[in-house]
Design a protein around this ligand. Structure first.
Ligand code: G4P
Length: 291
């Protein structure tokens, strides 16, 4: 499949974003990177580490409501090994977010103390949210920000034009998140972003995409996947992605005149149902892929 030619991130946009993040780095004490718990590799940004230099980072494994619990824990452990705190969260319902401020505080403890030692009575620590499109940045900001934005006019050292949300009495968040770009130099990344709905379907060949998704599902079919499409492990083991798509279309009665199977409709159905979590909680990337 050749998604690569269709999925692009404009270099000009990337340079502008890099510059904006670099400028904001001077104003903040830590960065919160939001990634998708189902695809932690494909939804993270390859250049962020270099961009952040020594800034502390907290990772939010968002959409954990749609990810496999065991896999999410493996990712938490993976990050812990790298001395990075990663929190599984669901920004749609707010689950897990009660750990956000305490975790951030732990990460910023030294900084806080250093500021107090310098004589700053009530130091305020500031964070910035970053993440690729559709990963849940706005949902997160809406969840954790208090209704009022912090007032900027009487804050020394705060650049004009930047607005801050109050998270707690000593913690503020930049109101505009940094929109990062995914790493499209690996074809798999584009596919995985499309499977999870982070990239719009209309720029992709939906049938090819569904076939590749079904190749993945075939390896580890969940019971709910098999049941929804009246399949068995046996009857999918020897078919390829396209044949499986045809089977699904047939079993769901998606026929066009002449009795042919409407594989385009079947493809849309398969991907929609995966994104809706109808096949259960499925993680597509595991830490072992990085080793
Ligand atoms: P962005 O700012 O990073 O671009 O992402 P945004 O918050 O707009 O979220 C993108 C989509 O992901 C939204 O769905 C949002 O509701 C959903 N989302 C965010 N966090 C979570 C989560 O933890 N779990 C789940 N299941 N979904 C999450 P949408 O389809 O665009 O809107 P809607 O369905 O909420 O109306």
């Amino acid at each position: 499949m050749d998604n690569k030619q269709n999925i692009q991130w404009f270099p000009g946009h990337m340079t502008k974003t890099k510059r904006r993040i670099q400028a904001s780095l001077k104003l903040i004490d830590a960065v919160v990177e939001i990634i998708d718990a189902r695809i932690p590799i494909s939804s993270s940004n390859p250049d962020l580490k270099e961009l952040l230099q020594s800034k502390p980072k907290l990772v939010l494994l968002n959409k954990c409501d749609k990810a496999d619990k065991r896999a999410t824990q493996l990712w938490v452990n993976y990050y812990a090994d790298k001395k990075i705190t990663a929190l599984p969260v669901d920004c749609k319902t707010g689950r897990g977010l009660n750990q956000f401020v305490p975790s951030l505080r732990k990460i910023l403890d030294n900084k806080f103390e250093a500021q107090q030692a310098k004589g700053l009575k009530n130091p305020i620590l500031r964070v910035m949210i970053v993440g690729i499109p559709n990963v849940g940045k706005s949902s997160f900001i809406n969840r954790v920000s208090r209704l009022n934005r912090a007032k900027v006019e009487d804050r020394p050292g705060v650049t004009r034009g930047n607005q801050w949300y109050t998270i707690s009495k000593d913690l503020e968040m930049l109101d505009t998140p940094g929109v990062l770009w995914p790493k499209f130099d690996n074809q798999k990344v584009g596919e995985y972003l499309a499977f999870t709905g982070a990239i719009k379907d209309n720029i992709l060949d939906i049938e090819l995409l569904a076939c590749d998704f079904l190749e993945l599902m075939k390896k580890h079919p969940t019971d709910s996947f098999l049941k929804r499409f009246k399949l068995t492990r046996d009857n999918i083991s020897s078919v390829n992605g396209y044949e499986l798509l045809q089977l699904i279309g047939r079993n769901r009665g998606m026929l066009v005149s002449g009795g042919e199977i409407n594989t385009e409709r079947a493809a849309t159905l398969v991907l929609d149902e995966y994104r809706d979590g109808k096949f259960g909680n499925i993680t597509l990337e595991y830490p072992e892929e990085l080793s």
